[in-house]
Ligand binder design. Structure first.
Ligand SMILES: [Zn+2]
Length: 88
């Protein structure tokens, strides 16, 4: 569904290539974001920029699949909701 981006990371601040290094989470909020999302903390060793980047790139096909699954989920939820209404 997802694939790792093999392209070099480019700093969004100074646009240099390969200057981004993984940065440690400083607080609980950052640790939680790291744990539950695909985002990673990065720090640019050249300009000092620090922020979130993701190395996962969604493919067009994957996006279509996600849309289909979401629609199916909504339909399923709607059906279950109506069945529950009939029971109660
Ligand atoms: Zn930079």
């Amino acid at each position: 569904m997802t694939s790792r981006n093999s392209k070099k990371t480019i700093c969004p601040s100074c646009k240099s290539e390969s200057t981004l290094r993984n940065s440690r989470a400083r607080n609980t909020k950052e640790r939680i974001i790291k744990a539950i999302t695909w985002f990673e903390l990065y720090r640019c060793k050249k300009c000092g920029w620090r922020g979130w980047r993701t190395n996962i790139v969604l493919e067009q096909r994957a996006i279509k699949k996600i849309i289909i699954y979401t629609l199916l989920m909504i339909i399923a939820a709607f059906v279950v909701y109506n069945l529950l209404k009939l029971v109660v």
